[in-house]
Unconditional design. Structure first.
Length: 391
């Protein structure tokens, strides 16, 4: 299993700055849609998708404010849906369950230094006990003791075997409680982590300096570089609303006509996938919205009744069969992406076995019905109005 957590050196640096951060990290070995020639069907526009969701409140009676009422959770999900409405995605809350972590023999250690995600065994035990089927539900875990300075993490990639798949958020960054830290008191950590769950990376992914490899972040190459979204620029993390990390128009080496020629020219510094305080996280870009729908259909189609992770269809005909096998055989031993299903740079026996293991799978069997209209779902208008009053 691959663990998507920020490198220790980065964590130490951020702790020195007194900043909290997201523990989701880019996995360069992850199989992306373009690696296996996956394309959204021509008849699929970016239509509404409803994601069945379960919220798991994991609390500790010894940790203040780690238990949340159902009404509190309902309001948090209503707020999430308010921001994901622009992306044509809604999270349909199916259930809220409660787990007292002190019921576990090791639970008392959460007040003595045991924290997530560092203690992986306990993390996995908890997920195995309370998660709903990961292929069919989005599991959101609210946790009473995350390792400082992590506020949350998620899995951008839906690995074939990962009982922890879902979204994990610290109780100190969930909802709208008056007791929450000011910079994280508007539920945006949950919005951010659900952005990861739907396939988004941080906007600063792969960037260590302003305008780094600007040409690679522009146009078609932007789909395969950085955060894999062409309308987000190569920028460093931004920590404050009024202090953008990359004011590129001040730089003498800024690309000519960057403000009119670049695909990210209209980018504004209020993106959900940056590190701004909650008060200035407002939007997903059009490219991010398109990527979320692409990734959801690529490897989370089980949420909508389709094949949970359809891999092996190298020629795009909807079947894993002889033609796909021929692609692997014809490139066997080569250093190429064509037929390289595990994305290690070579076509070898691993790729061959992956096709053989799924040989005969009809990727369109049971495929979801994508509804073009906004789903009704369970709506509480008053919850949304109450939320808007808080803005």
């Amino acid at each position: 299993m691959k663990y998507l957590f920020t490198a220790l050196a980065i964590a130490v640096s951020l702790m020195a700055q007194g900043q909290s951060y997201c523990g989701t990290e880019y996995d360069p070995s992850a199989i992306e849609p373009h690696h296996v020639n996956f394309r959204r069907s021509n008849n699929r526009t970016v239509d509404w998708k409803t994601i069945p969701t379960v919220v798991h409140i994991v609390y500790n009676d010894s940790i203040p404010n780690s238990w949340f009422s159902e009404g509190y959770v309902d309001t948090a999900i209503a707020a999430v849906n308010y921001y994901f409405e622009q992306a044509y995605i809604q999270f349909d809350l199916q259930d809220i369950d409660y787990t007292n972590i002190l019921d576990y023999g090791w639970g008392e250690l959460t007040t003595q230094g045991l924290c997530f995600p560092d203690y992986g065994t306990q993390n996995t035990l908890l997920a195995n006990d309370i998660s709903w089927e990961e292929d069919n539900y989005c599991n959101i875990y609210i946790i009473p003791n995350m390792c400082y300075p992590v506020l949350g993490w998620s899995y951008v990639t839906n690995y074939l075997i990962n009982s922890r798949d879902g979204v994990w958020v610290s109780h100190e960054a969930f909802g709208f409680g008056d007791w929450l830290p000011e910079r994280n008191n508007q539920n945006m950590v949950l919005v951010h982590e659900l952005g990861h769950y739907c396939g988004l990376h941080h906007v600063f992914n792969g960037v260590s300096s302003c305008l780094q490899d600007a040409d690679l972040h522009d146009g078609e190459s932007g789909y395969t570089y950085g955060d894999l979204v062409p309308d987000t620029p190569p920028i460093k993390p931004s920590w404050y609303c009024d202090d953008n990390a990359c004011q590129w128009w001040y730089y003498p080496d800024a690309p000519p006509n960057w403000n009119s020629a670049r695909s990210w020219a209209e980018y504004e510094h209020n993106n959900h996938m940056d590190y701004y305080p909650d008060s200035c996280r407002q939007v997903f870009t059009e490219g991010q919205i398109e990527r979320m729908h692409l990734k959801l259909e690529f490897e989370r189609a089980g949420l909508f009744g389709g094949e949970a992770f359809c891999i092996g269809d190298l020629n795009g005909d909807g079947m894993v069969g002889v033609l796909d096998l021929l692609v692997v055989i014809s490139h066997f031993g080569e250093n190429t992406l064509e037929g390289d299903l595990d994305n290690n740079g070579y076509v070898n026996y691993t790729d061959l076995n992956m096709v053989l293991a799924r040989f005969g799978v009809d990727c369109n069997d049971g495929e979801a019905e994508w509804t073009p209209e906004k789903p009704e779902g369970k709506k509480d208008i008053q919850l949304l109005l109450n939320y808007l009053d808080k803005l």
